[in-house]
Design a protein around this ligand. Sequence first.
Ligand SMILES: NC(=O)c1ccc[n+]([C@@H]2O[C@H](COP(=O)([O-])OP(=O)(O)OC[C@H]3O[C@@H](n4cnc5c(N)ncnc54)[C@H](O)[C@@H]3O)[C@@H](O)[C@H]2O)c1
Length: 314
Amino acid sequence: MKILITGACGFQGTKIVPILLKKKYKVIAVDTMWFGNRLKKHKNLKIKKKNITDLVSKDLKGVNIVLHLASIANDPMGDLKQHLTWEYSCLGTMKLADLCIKNKVKKIIYASSASVYGVKRERNVIEELSLEPISTYNKAKMIAERVLLSYKKKINISIIRPATVCGVGPRMRFDLSVNMLTYQAIKNKKITVFGGDQIRPNIHIDDLLRLYIKFFSNNKKYNGIFNAGFENLSIMEIAKLVKSKIPCEIIKIKNVNDVRSYRVNSEKLLKLGFIPKKKVVDAIREVNDKYKKNINNLDKRFFSIDWLKKNFHE
Ligand SMILES: NC(=O)c1ccc[n+]([C@@H]2O[C@H](COP(=O)([O-])OP(=O)(O)OC[C@H]3O[C@@H](n4cnc5c(N)ncnc54)[C@H](O)[C@@H]3O)[C@@H](O)[C@H]2O)c1
C-alpha cells in the first residue's frame, strides 16, 4: 500500500512516517520543509521538497491513500500571510483532491482542526453543530473541509478535527498549549496563564497517529467528519496538571490573549471502537523526560511562530 503524506516533515508527519515504514507501507513525503527535514532515508520512502500547490499528476501515481497534514498550522502563523493561509489550505486542498481523483486514489484523510468551532458554550460540541471559526487559520480549515466534502461522491473522504495535540516528536512543537506550559515550567519554573478559564480539548500525538492509521481502511463507516479530542480542560487546569508534575509557580494574567474556548465531544469516534491510550499527564511527563536536560539548547524551529516570523520567505 502506498501512502502520500503532505506536511510529512511536520510534528505529526515526522512521527508517523517511521511508524508506517515499520508497518511495510510505501510512503511519499511531501513538504515545503519550513521547519527542516528530520525524516531518515529508507528504501520505501520518497521525500519531495514541494508545495502542495505545485503537485502534478505523476506525484500521485500509484498512491492508494493521501494523509493530508500540510497547512500553516495554527492561528498566529495563519495571520502572518493570510492570503497564503487561504491559498494553501483551500486551493492547495482542491488541487490535491483533483489529482487524487485523476489518479484513482481511494481515500483522503484530512487533518482539519477542532478550532473550527470557535467559541462554543455547549457542553457537547458534536460534529453537527454550526461552526464559528474566529481566525483565518480556523476559517481556512472550515472551507478546506467543504472543498473536500464536495468530492465525496468520487472518493472516500475522512475529515478529522483534532483537538490540540500534546506530546513529543522528532520535529517538536512548543507552541501547543500542554507542550508550551510544560516548557515554561521546566525552563523558568514559572507558568504564565492568560485568563485561564478557556476550555481546550486535548489529544496525545500517539493516539492521533493511531487514529489516522485506523482510518486507512476504506470502510464507509470512516467517511465523514470526526471530532478527536478526549480531555476538555481549562488552560488553568492544564497549568495545574503541569505544576503537579514539575514544581513551578503559576502566574495568572487577567487579560485573555486567545478567546477560543470549546469542549469537543468525540462519542462518534469512540463508537467506532477507537480507544485513546494516553492522557495529558503522559505528554507532560514525556516532554519533561525528553527536554529537562537540554531545555536551554533547543532547536529554534521548535518554536514555530517565532521561527516563521523570521524565516517565512514564501
Ligand atoms: N498540532 C496540533 O495541535 C493540531 C491540532 C489540530 C489540527 N492540526 C493540523 O494537523 C496538521 C499537522 O500539524 P502539525 O502539528 O504536524 O504542524 P507542523 O507545522 O509541525 O507541520 C506542518 C507541515 O506542513 C508543511 N507545509 C505547510 N504548508 C505546506 C504546503 N502548502 N505544501 C507542503 N507542505 C506544507 C510545513 O513545512 C510543516 O512541515 C496541520 O494541518 C494542522 O493544522 C494540528
